[in-house]
Design a protein around this ligand. Structure first.
Ligand code: PGA
Length: 255
């Protein structure tokens, strides 16, 4: 049994004061939903708000994650944040989000390096994959997403691989209000993503890795995803910035 994991990716939103307000507005509800261990809930604020959010949820069964990490652990990398720094304040880290690949030049190779560094420093990676609209329409989804998974997991040992979370986020569904269909996402995750993991490792590993869906998840459409057998939760952008919406999405995961 895979425990569903719902992560809120706040992206570049919320000042420290606003982060405090948002966490205070949903902490008690999220705590109740996560209390029995049936689901895992992760909040991923901007770097600067992470310590504040971590302090606010201390003692609650909630997790904190970062949205990026560098592959080196220290040194002359102006503006970057390292895994040992994050390890003091959070448990998860999103790696290879499509916005980082698109706007900040991240590649399959840098994603692979970041995953390896995160694992060494006991951060749990949430690795994002997903095809763009042109690839989707050209029928290249399986080849492209399968390739992203193989590249991300290159030279990663099976025991480490089992602890990695994958987020399947079709780029055309992110922030567009046009989510994938539950059945469509389920097929990509079951056949392509778990298929690639089975090729790389074995069927047991493919069945153990948790795979989220992401892209325009809302309280309205979330049931469509959480009722799919291959989908183990969601990576939520816009709706994670609204306390009532994020709580409603987490509530749907408990059902
Ligand atoms: P969205 O973003 O929910 O706003 O579409 C999801 C994501 O990019 O993680």
């Amino acid at each position: 049994m895979r425990t569903p994991i719902i992560a809120g990716n706040w992206k570049m939103n919320k000042t420290i004061a606003e982060a405090r307000e948002l966490v205070n507005a949903m902490r008690d509800d999220l705590t109740r939903l996560a209390a029995n261990g049936k689901i895992e809930i992760v909040l991923c604020p901007p770097f600067i708000a992470i310590p504040q959010v971590a302090a606010l949820i201390q003692g609650a069964p909630l997790r904190v994650g970062a949205q990026n990490v560098h592959w080196e652990t220290k040194g002359a990398f102006t503006g970057e944040v390292s895994a040992p720094m994050l390890n003091e304040v959070c448990e998860y880290v999103i790696i290879g989000h499509s916005e980082r690949r698109q706007y900040f030049g991240e590649t399959d190779a840098s994603v692979n390096k970041k995953i390896k560094t995160a694992l060494v420093h006991h951060l749990k990676p949430i690795v994002c994959v997903g095809e763009n609209l042109a690839q989707n329409e050209a029928g290249q989804t399986a080849a492209f997403v399968g390739g992203q998974v193989r590249a991300a997991f290159q030279d990663i040992a099976r025991d480490d691989a089992r602890g990695i979370v994958i987020a399947y986020e079709p780029i055309w569904a992110i922030g567009t209000g046009k989510a994938a269909s539950g059945a469509g996402a389920n097929a990509v995750i079951g056949l392509t993503i778990r298929g690639a993991l089975a090729d790389l490792y074995d069927e047991a590993t493919a069945q153990q890795v948790r795979v989220q869906y992401g892209g325009s998840v809302t309280p309205k459409n979330v049931a469509e995803f959480f009722t799919q057998p291959e989908i183990d939760g969601a990576l939520v952008g816009g709706a994670s910035l609204v306390a009532a919406d994020f709580v409603a999405i987490c509530k749907a995961a408990v059902k």
